[in-house]
Design a protein around this ligand. Structure first.
Ligand code: AMP
Length: 551
């Protein structure tokens, strides 16, 4: 086991025993699990993307060579690697290559900038930073070189898709320099020493604090999470599941990459741009897809009918599902359900026997028979009855017992008996005998912009660093395409600033663009509750009314 100095909270040993004896937790690392599946049918296609496809055999060999080459380079099992990659074929190679070397990916977004990456990479003492060459205006490779300066633990900048003379170590070159047989031997040696109950990767919480909290996920539970998702979805080796949202993110790994590979199916790795994604889905005959609320407009897209021809089932997620979206899939003969989940673990899903009403109006039932959940009166450990709205708290074989190195946050994020307080408001609805979960809102102060979470507290703090702002409150305003966008209620210290002033300010602080407020409302004071807190409830209502009247 890696010595985490108490910064990773262990699952209780009796729970681990229970999960193992129930067959949920295995005894292999994720790299070994993948290798095992690849060996069973190496000619089957493991992944197809715009750039091409790879069979299981090819992906297994390439990632052996990459993993062994990374070890040769001087990276050691347990070293943390910040990953900023988008949905490309090579990202899948990079992912398994890191795991084969025993390295621990830290799943950040390609959209993150110095404000986020500096804090996260220092928190985990990252040894390397893996970025891709992008065609966009932002140069991730130069960015990684800048981040490395003055960051003593960061020994390597690794790149993919870079031109020959670009700085950094190119993973394509690492692969080219390593032969397959030597690589396999090396990987076997590395993997033999990894404990399946140790950390496999870090995900970021969609949390409410300044810097995202880090979620340590373990080999055994993380693979189970993905396998259970595949099982509950009824997947097998003939499944061709498409994924459009970031792959190096919890939903991407658990509901797509690992899930499909745990049953030997094919991942159709698309991008978020529907004009490109839909023709790929149609060409590759996708049978399944997870559609986040940023993509609910898919049903109005010209490419939808072609893509829907092969689709058998979709799961909608991220926000209340508009009946017209649900029905548009149904009219094409597609089974439609919902899912709800989080980087911290717990997932719910509609099941094949969920009634239509349950699939349309709820996010289904807990995914695993070993999941436990309670609905609590907010701020207490008291359970409320079915039908009553309360905070969802959960515990189980793939829900974390603690964030990384965060004793204070852990003290308030879990109940006294280890149930994770999700900050989501839910109610249990009994529909046709099934106790289904309906999402009713959230306690946590964040904005869910097309699946990307924006912490209000973080952005408020950044805004207050501008001398022209004396008070700030960020709330969600409803948005048809993305679900929510950030609206800033601000009190000026002097003349009100323009949206461009605010953008320049946040750019100068190197803050990821998706967090920038998209509307400003200048007020003389922020409304407060009777206890003197900013009345965000009222501001949310105002933001919603304003959006209605201006649309
Ligand atoms: P993340 O860890 O980034 O996947 O974010 C998890 C959070 O996203 C949950 O705690 C919810 O607040 C929100 N979320 C996920 N799925 C849904 C859904 N189907 N409906 C509403 N909110 C959701």
């Amino acid at each position: 086991m890696i010595n985490w100095d108490g910064r990773v909270t262990a699952y209780p040993s009796d729970a681990v025993e229970r999960y193992r004896s129930a067959g949920a937790w295995g005894s292999l690392t994720i790299a070994e699990q993948f290798h095992g599946v690849a060996q069973r049918d190496s000619a089957r296609i493991a992944v197809v993307a715009e750039e091409g496809s790879l069979t299981y055999g090819e992906l297994d060999e390439l990632t052996d060579r990459l993993g062994a080459g990374l070890a040769e380079l001087g990276l050691n099992p347990g070293d943390r690697v910040i990953v900023q990659l988008t949905n490309r074929l090579q990202s899948v190679v990079a992912w398994y290559g890191l795991l084969k070397a025993g390295l621990i990916p830290v799943c950040t977004l390609a959209a993150h900038r110095a404000h986020e990456i500096n804090a996260i990479s220092r928190k985990v003492a990252a040894a390397a930073h893996l970025v891709e060459s992008t065609s966009s205006t932002f140069d991730l490779i130069s960015f990684a070189i800048d981040v490395q300066a003055g960051h003593p633990s960061l020994r390597y900048v690794l790149t993919t898709g870079a031109s020959k003379n670009a700085p950094g170590v190119q993973i394509e070159q690492i692969i080219a320099d390593m032969d397959a047989a030597t690589a396999r031997e090396r990987i076997v040696q590395i993997q033999r020493k990894i404990d399946p109950d140790d950390v496999v990767c870090f995900q970021l919480s969609g949390g409410t604090t300044g810097i995202p909290k880090l979620i340590p996920r373990l080999h055994a539970e993380y693979w189970y999470n993905a396998f259970e998702f595949a099982r509950a979805s009824g997947w097998n080796e003939s499944t061709r599941a498409a994924h459009l949202i970031p792959i190096i993110h919890n939903a991407g790994i658990t509901c797509a990459l690992h899930a499909v590979h745990s049953v030997g199916g094919t991942l159709i790795l698309a991008t978020a741009v529907l004009d490109q994604a839909l023709p790929l889905l149609a060409r590759e005959r996708a049978t399944d897809a997870l559609i986040g609320h940023g993509h609910f407009s898919i049903v109005d897209h010209a490419g939808f009918s072609d893509a829907a021809v092969s689709l058998k089932r979709v799961l909608l997620s991220g926000a209340k599902v508009p009946p017209r979206v649900f029905e548009a899939f149904e009219r094409r003969g597609v089974w439609v359900g919902q899912t709800f989940g989080m980087g911290e673990g717990f997932f719910t899903m509609s099941t094949p026997d969920s009634s239509r009403q349950s699939r349309l109006t709820t996010v289904g039932v807990p995914m695993s028979p070993l999941d436990e959940f309670r609905v609590l009166e907010p701020g207490t450990e008291d359970e409320v009855g079915d039908g009553v709205v309360g905070e969802l708290a959960c515990r189980g074989p793939y829900t974390i017992p603690g964030y990384f190195d965060a004793p204070d946050i852990n003290a308030t994020s879990f109940t006294s008996d280890g149930f994770y307080r999700t900050g989501d408001l839910v109610a249990v609805r009994v529909i046709d005998g099934q106790r289904c979960i309906s999402i009713e809102g959230r306690l946590k102060d964040l904005i869910n912009r097309g699946g990307e979470k924006i912490s209000a507290e973080e952005v408020e703090g950044l805004l207050l660093r501008h001398s022209g702002i004396s008070a700030a409150a960020i709330v969600a305003m409803p948005d048809e395409r993305l679900g929510e966008r950030a609206c800033a209620y601000l009190v000026a210290a002097g003349e009100p600033l323009t949206l461009d002033d605010i953008r320049l300010h946040l750019q100068s602080l190197s803050v990821a663009k998706f967090k920038w407020p998209e509307r400003l409302e200048w007020v003389s004071t922020l409304p407060t509750t009777p206890v003197g807190k900013v009345d965000k409830k009222l501001l949310r209502v105002r933001a919603a009314e304003m959006t209605l009247t201006s649309s």
